[in-house]
Design a binder for this molecule. Structure first.
Ligand code: NAP
Length: 216
């Protein structure tokens, strides 16, 4: 599949690209195409040093949307609206959101928009035919990037389009030891997003690093 990552030069975008580019064509999107190409070259080099081939290229965010079958929106919540409103062509595409609207004081807290979650806000911003799926919200980018690390975690996936959700769950299961769980319709996305501040607080207050979740 062709997977375009909007904001793909960032932490989670690069992490996802590291793991998914061995089986899929990854288009790393950016506001700056040169930056995206640099990020792609760096990753291809890193994987080739490990004897792995990577299918990856750099592009503008718009090119990533145009080329891809599946689009990951990998920008901070506060840049969502400006990013999405600058792009077109989401009709009928699968759009994955790992976006977590989080605030921070002496602890992390869930800070959702009026729509109820980032995923529901994205749904409102995109054409009706776009198939929004929330996934990859709760695993830290560092874990994705460190290819020596086995990813033995659960990934909660939610969305309203059953076929799109099934495709995304299939993608999840291709990665390391990840297990995908159907968490219901997009309405449940706030629950998935709010797990992230929980695990960040657990990491912070228990001197742990990159806490993850696993369902039995
Ligand atoms: N980091 C994690 O461990 C992690 C884990 C799970 C989920 N998430 C979620 O994934 C999303 C991305 O997180 P991240 O840590 O990867 O973010 P990030 O590294 O801070 O930023 C991602 C990309 O956003 C773009 N960007 C920066 N400022 C922007 C602006 N003003 N307008 C538009 N684009 C801008 C940049 O790409 P260009 O400069 O190339 O355009 C940047 O590389 C967040 O919503 C986060 O909640 C993160």
């Amino acid at each position: 599949m062709k997977i375009g990552i909007i904001g793909g030069t960032g932490d989670i975008g690069e992490g996802l690209a590291h793991r998914l580019s061995q089986n899929h064509q990854i288009i790393i999107g950016s506001r700056d195409k040169d930056k995206a190409c640099e990020s792609s070259e760096c990753m291809v080099q890193c994987l080739s040093e490990r004897g792995c081939s990577a299918h990856c290229c750099g592009a503008t965010n718009q090119e990533a949307v145009d080329i891809a079958d599946i689009i990951v929106i990998s920008v901070n919540y506060r840049h969502l609206e400006s990013t999405i409103s600058s792009l077109t062509g989401f009709e009928n595409k699968i759009v994955i959101t790992p976006v977590n609207p989080i605030g921070k004081s002496d602890h992390f807290y869930y800070n959702p928009p009026a729509e109820g979650s980032a995923a529901l806000a994205i749904k409102k911003m995109l054409p009706e035919s776009a198939k929004i799926v929330a996934a990859f919200n709760n695993i830290s980018a560092q874990k994705w990037k460190n290819l020596d690390e086995t990813l033995d975690y659960s990934v909660a996936v939610c969305g309203d389009d059953k076929d799109a959700k099934k495709i995304v769950m299939g993608l999840v299961e291709e990665v390391s030891e990840l297990t995908a769980f159907d968490a219901g319709p997009l309405e449940t996305s706030s629950i998935i997003e709010s797990i992230t501040p929980l695990i960040l607080n657990i990491a912070k207050f228990n001197n742990m690093k990159d806490v993850g979740i696993k369902f039995y």
